[in-house]
Design a protein around this ligand. Structure first.
Ligand code: TYM
Length: 344
């Protein structure tokens, strides 16, 4: 298959309660990857409206996610940071992909089943078609690497299927237009490290989520030191001491989760954490975890607050990023139109 220049793309929904799972599962990797790749990071507001949103809150949440990117260390000069709705080609390519993807593929998406719940007939068409828009987000830049948490793996597989089918369906036209044997790369998910699936602090079998009714289930990046401490202190555990080896975490989801979070925050491995804390009880471990979390997240939260107070700055970053993103997306979309046989 043709070689594509390496490019990172990822997105975060502006749906409020930006939390530790988002930070460790995605943002920390966004910052790491910018050292070796060109990166495009998107606040996916078109995805947010697949569920009901209050317009005033949505505006605030778009700025919150942007502030989280910057406060975590994403360099907005080196990389492209923007909100999705400012680059119309995402929606345009999504339509093309609605005509490439098969209904059977979308019917298998677990996120739709979870979010639509029992009342499927009443879910928006947008929620159902969500994965084709996500494929368009990535492929409109012909991105090759996508850092995400574990929960997005199935959507990434669908993105690869869409790219592959487009390349096959239009192979003659793609070759005739000088793109070789493939127009789209098959993007690789980047899902690594000890915190690819951070679990709820109240229930180790449930993912930490923006929409959990209990605020004690998650650490928000906007939480202050007291809130962080209180939430970890109340976090569910079991009565046993910590094991000395990772194998001893099997069947202990809450312990496994807290050890994973500690390892990710401390940029080490679960093995290393258990070497230090194996045999100790949870109160000693939680005290160390609280110190670590406050030291690591406190400055990010404070910087987010400072940035969010300056809406004009944030909006300027997004506008500038959107202009740079548009230049790439427009050129790729023009090539797609030529491949399809549209007149432009
Ligand atoms: P979203 O907004 O739900 O989450 C943003 C990122 O955070 C990760 N994440 C987690 N990681 C570890 N543990 C958790 N508990 C946890 N919860 C969330 C997500 O995996 C994600 O990386 N569909 C995407 C947004 C999107 C996108 C894209 C991503 C739209 N277009 C294109 C990549 C490429 C979503 O809903 O993420």
């Amino acid at each position: 298959m043709a070689q594509f220049p390496q490019l990172v793309f990822s997105g975060v929904q502006p749906t409020g309660n930006f939390h530790l799972g988002n930070y460790l599962g995605a943002l920390v990797k966004f910052v790491d990857l910018q050292r070796s790749f060109d990166c495009v990071y998107c606040v996916v507001d078109l995805h947010a409206i697949t569920m009901p949103q209050d317009p005033v809150e949505l505006t605030k949440n778009i700025r919150e996610v942007t502030a989280a990117f910057i406060a975590s260390g994403v360099d907005v000069k080196k990389n492209i940071v923007f909100n999705q709705s400012q680059v119309a080609e995402h929606a345009e390519l999504a339509w093309v992909f609605n005509c490439v993807a098969r209904i059977g593929w979308l019917n298998r998406m677990t996120q739709f089943k979870e979010k639509a719940g029992k009342d499927r007939e009443n879910a928006s068409v947008g929620l159902y078609a969500y994965p084709t828009l996500m494929a368009a987000d990535i492929l409109v830049y012909r991105a090759t690497h996508v850092p995400v948490g574990e929960d997005q793996k199935q959507h990434l597989e669908l993105t690869r299927d869409v790219a592959q089918k487009f390349n096959n369906d239009f192979s003659g036209s793609i070759a005739a237009r000088g793109h070789g044997d493939a127009f789209f790369p098959l993007p690789e998910p980047v899902i690594q490290g000890p915190a690819t699936r951070v679990m709820s602090l109240r229930d180790g079998s449930k993912k930490m989520s923006k929409s959990d009714a209990s605020d004690y289930s998650r650490i928000n990046l906007s939480d202050d030191a007291d809130q962080i401490a209180q939430k970890f202190r109340k976090a569910k555990t079991d009565p046993d001491a910590l094991p000395s080896e990772v194998a001893g975490l099997a069947g202990r989801p809450e312990a496994d989760n807290l050890v994973g979070v500690f390892a990710a925050l401390n940029e080490t491995t679960k093995e290393a954490v258990l070497r230090d804390f194996g045999g100790q009880n949870f109160s000693a471990f939680k005290a160390a975890l609280i110190d670590l979390a406050v030291a690591r997240l406190g400055p990010v939260g404070a910087e987010m607050k400072r940035l969010q107070a300056d809406a004009a700055y944030i909006d300027g970053v997004l506008r500038d990023g959107a202009q740079r993103a548009s230049a790439i997306a427009r050129a790729n979309m023009a090539a797609v139109k030529d491949i399809l046989g549209f007149i432009r």
